[in-house]
Design a protein around this ligand. Structure first.
Ligand SMILES: Cc1ncc(COP(=O)(O)O)c(C=O)c1O
Length: 372
C-alpha cells in the first residue's frame, strides 16, 4: 500500500532553515518567530499569537493567562489527549470529564450544560480529529453561565464552523505542531486570542515576565520561558504555506473514501455537522458495530494494519481512566459514549488521506472485502 510518509520537508523549509542558520539569532527573537505568529493567527482568524515550545505548554499558558486557579473547575471531554486535562490540573484546578457525542466524537453540549457547577470557571472543547465542536451551543452556554472558553485546537488547523476558523471563538485557543500534526516542526505550539490584554499577559508569561517595550532584565510577573526557536518558526512558515493545498487533497480523498464506504453495514465514519464547512482532516475516525460489520474493532484494526494501512485503535481508556486520574483530582460525569468508543472506535492518521486516488480506492476495497 503506497501511503506517503509524514512529515515532509521541501526546498522551502531548507531555504528558510539555511537563512536562520547563517545568521546569529537562532532563538525566539528572530524575525521569523513574530512573522509566523502573525501569519498563523491571521490564518485562524485571530488577532494575536504567542508561540510556545509545544501544544501542552500553549494549554498551560492559556490556563495561567486566563487566571484559572486552585479550586476552579474546567469542563473537558472524556476523550482527548492527556494534555487537555493535565493543563487544568497543573493550574491547581479540577478537570470535569463529560461525555462526547456518539458520532462527532466532540464534547456533548447538553452534557456540558448539565455538568456546570458554581465552581465551573471554564470549558475546554477539543475539536477532535479536525471537525469543530458545536460552538453555537457551547458559546451560548458560556455566555449564559459566564464561563471562559479555551479551545484545544491541537487538531484543528484550518478548520471552520460557518466560515469562522477554529481558535477564534473563545477567549483563547491552543494549537500543536507536534510531529503527527498537519503542520509540524517536530514540536511546537501556539496560543491564539482576539483579546489584546490577554495576549500581552500571555506573551509576558511565556517570556520570563518581561513587558513589551521594557528592558531585558526587567521582569514584572512570575513568568517562564516557553519560546520556540527560529528553526521551528522557519519550518512552520513553510508548512503553513502548503497547508491549504494539503487540506484540499485530504478533503477530496476523504470524499472518495466516504462514497465508497457509504453502504458498508456496521461501519460509521465520523459525522461532520453541516456547520463545519472546512476542516483539517487530521484524523479520519470511525466506529465498528461488530454485530453488523461481522468483525470486532480489534479484528478490523488487525486486518487493516496487516494490509499496510496505518490505523490506531482509539485511546485505550477515557481520560479519567488513566492511572493518573484513577487516583482522583477530577470530577467524572456519566460518559457512556466515551466508554463505548474505547471498544469500537478507530482512526486513520492524516497521511492515509494524502495517498493517490488509486490507493484510496484500494483502501476502500480492502475495507469492503473484510466483511465476511
Ligand atoms: C487534543 C490535543 N491537545 C493537546 C496536545 C498536546 O500537544 P503537544 O504534543 O504539542 O504538546 C495534543 C497532542 O499532541 C492533542 O492531541
Amino acid at each position: 500500500m503506497q501511503i506517503p510518509k509524514w512529515p515532509v520537508a521541501m526546498e522551502r523549509e531548507m531555504r528558510l532553515l539555511r537563512e536562520v542558520l547563517e545568521g546569529n539569532q537562532w532563538g525566539g527573537f528572530h524575525e521569523f518567530v513574530g512573522r509566523f505568529e502573525r501569519n498563523f493567527a491571521e490564518f485562524q482568524h485571530c488577532a494575536h499569537g504567542v508561540s510556545c515550545a509545544n501544544g501542552t505548554l500553549a494549554l498551560e499558558l492559556a490556563m495561567a493567562a486566563a487566571g484559572i486557579e486552585a479550586g476552579d473547575e474546567v469542563i473537558v471531554p472524556a476523550i482527548s489527549f492527556i494534555s487537555s486535562a493535565t493543563a487544568i490540573s497543573r493550574a491547581g484546578a479540577i478537570p470535569v470529564f463529560v461525555d462526547i457525542e456518539p458520532y462527532s466524537f466532540n464534547i456533548d453540549p447538553a452534557r456540558t450544560a448539565a455538568a456546570v457547577s458554581p465552581k465551573t470557571k471554564a470549558i475546554m472543547p477539543v475539536h477532535f480529529g479536525g471537525p469543530i465542536a458545536d460552538m453555537d451551543r457551547l458559546m451560548d452556554l458560556s455566555r449564559g453561565r459566564r464561563l471562559i472558553v479555551i479551545e484545544d485546537a491541537a487538531h484543528a488547523h484550518g478548520s471552520e464552523w460557518n466560515g469562522k476558523r477554529a481558535g477564534s471563538f473563545g477567549l483563547c485557543s491552543a494549537f500543536s505542531f507536534q510531529n503527527s500534526k498537519v503542520m509540524t516542526a517536530g514540536e511546537g505550539g501556539i496560543l491564539l486570542t482576539n483579546d489584546a490584554d490577554f495576549a500581552e499577559r500571555a506573551r509576558s508569561f511565556a517570556n520570563q515576565g518581561r513587558a513589551t517595550g521594557q528592558g531585558w532584565f526587567y521582569h514584572f510577573t512570575l513568568g517562564s520561558n516557553y519560546r520556540i526557536t527560529a528553526l521551528q518558526a522557519a519550518v512552520l512558515l513553510a508548512q503553513l504555506e502548503r497547508l491549504p493545498a494539503q487540506i484540499e487533497l485530504r478533503r477530496r480523498n476523504e470524499e472518495i473514501l466516504r462514497k465508497e464506504l457509504a453502504d458498508v453495514e456496521g461501519l460509521t465514519l465520523q459525522k461532520v455537522p453541516a456547520q463545519v464547512n472546512a476542516h483539517s482532516h487530521y484524523l479520519l475516525l470511525g466506529r465498528i458495530d461488530a454485530a453488523r460489520f461481522g468483525l470486532s474493532r480489534d479484528e478490523f484494526h488487525k486486518a487493516i494494519t496487516g494490509r499496510g494501512i496505518p490505523c490506531t485503535p482509539f485511546y485505550p481508556h477515557t481520560l479519567y481512566n488513566n492511572p493518573l486520574y484513577r487516583q482522583g483530582g477530577c470530577r467524572v460525569e456519566p460518559c457512556p459514549v466515551a466508554e463505548a468508543c474505547i471498544h469500537d472506535a478507530f482512526w486513520f492518521p492524516s497521511r492515509v488521506l494524502m495517498a493517490d486516488e488509486g490507493t484510496i480506492r484500494e483502501i476502500a476495497g480492502v475495507i469492503r472485502g473484510l466483511r465476511p
